[in-house]
Ligand binder design. Sequence first.
Ligand code: MAN
Ligand code: CA
Ligand code: CA
Length: 501
Amino acid sequence: MSTIGLILLLCAVLSGVVSSNSQTVHKRFEYKFSFKPPYLAQKDGSVPFWEYGGNAIASGESVRLAPSLRSQKGAIWTKQPIGFDWWEVDIMFKVTGRGRIGADGLAFWYTTQRGDYTGEVFGSSDRWNGLAVIFDSFDNDNKHNNPYIMAMLNDGTKNFDHKSDGTTQLLSGCLRDFRNKPFPTRARVEYYLNTLTVYFHNGLTNNEADYELCFRAENVVLPRGGYFGLSAATGGLADDHDVIHLLTSSLYSTQQAGGQQISNDEQQKLSQEYQQYQQKLEQQKEEYRKEHPDEVRDKDGEFDDWFESDGQRELRQIFQGLGQIQDVMRDLHKKVDEVIGKQMNSLSMLTAVYSHSQGQPLQPTQPGQVPQMPALPITRQDWEMMATNNQIMINTIAELKGFMIEVSRKSDTLLAGGAGSAPSPQLLNEMRDGLNQVKQTVASVAQRMAAAPPVVAEPMCATVSCVSTTTLLVVVTCQLLVMFLYGLYKERKEAQAKKFF
Ligand code: MAN
Ligand code: CA
Ligand code: CA
């Protein structure tokens, strides 16, 4: 029967090299370093490519590494050493128990030697050489920091300090509850280009997308050709420690992938193997039907599995609802993060402008770095000052606009009445009045601008070369007047010249 399981694994291999990130990482499923249901264990209880011992028991659906009885220990190890440098292992497991607190936990191993089945460290050997990712349920040091997920590296010399939950020995970790969850919990351990990353799925949903980062550690050097293993232990307190699947993929960078593609020979060999397994499966199915004629379903009971009780339906709906709420919460979380990020940016910029207006120069902490924004708050008074300044600017601009319209109207009248002839004394007086009016308005604008409280943005001119608004207005108005007078003068000249011809 277990051949079905194998066939499923083979199918995944034949699907070829999978690219998780089409740009850089190529993934290849490694069936010889994996197990999963259905038909996880064969009829004789063996798990293809794996060996297990101690109190561990394998069934078609899972491997129970340690049952919920006192002082139990068990482990499962790959038969062959791993022949690739970088890998990703996905472990689906359930730690369940009737107690509010359970013990002791399980561990994932990548070590140069297979460990014991009844060792001291969560069922495996101490002083290992390689990596342990430990899911420690029980708070031995009473620091209220369990269940905890942690990684520990060992070169074969260190003893795990069970009494302190290995607190001083860990490489990295995260506080996560993995006991008694509605769906199986999952962990993804990735070792790629000497970076070790552990993701965790809390089992509150059965959604593939719900992995969260537990930790990432760089510059991790693991010995080559290690074995994968899983182990678990109980003590005075006990939980069931069930592993539903362990799926291994080798990882290759784009350059590596070229050399690692499956050769034609290998592909042929694999498809032959696949055909053989399929034939064997059919034979076994046939045998099973002959041996168990009662278990072959009668037509009436055929769709029994399709129905659910009221209680089952309610539970399913609750979990579905929970899953949806989680999806929404995740999206909201992302959006809030974005908004907070933007707000922080704006705030630091405003604070920098404010502090600069107070005479504090912006200073880069390191050469070539953006100046650090001092963390000065912007007070209500500052906001009010800014608002007042804005209003003054708006009023002044409106006044200037009105004045410009007036000037333009007067110049039109002047041009219409005086074109082609010398300006009359009345016109000259009007022009003088106009000029005086311009002067007065510009002077009053200048006065207002000077009297207004300092605009927060004004000191920016100290760093960027610019002119004040008043100067700009004076220059623009003078320019307009000069142009207007020059136009008048030119027209007169032309009219005089025409008289001569
Ligand atoms: C006892 C001992 C410990 C163990 C706890 C929880 O105190 O067996 O080693 O961690 O129970 O099982
Ligand atoms: Ca512990
Ligand atoms: Ca602890």
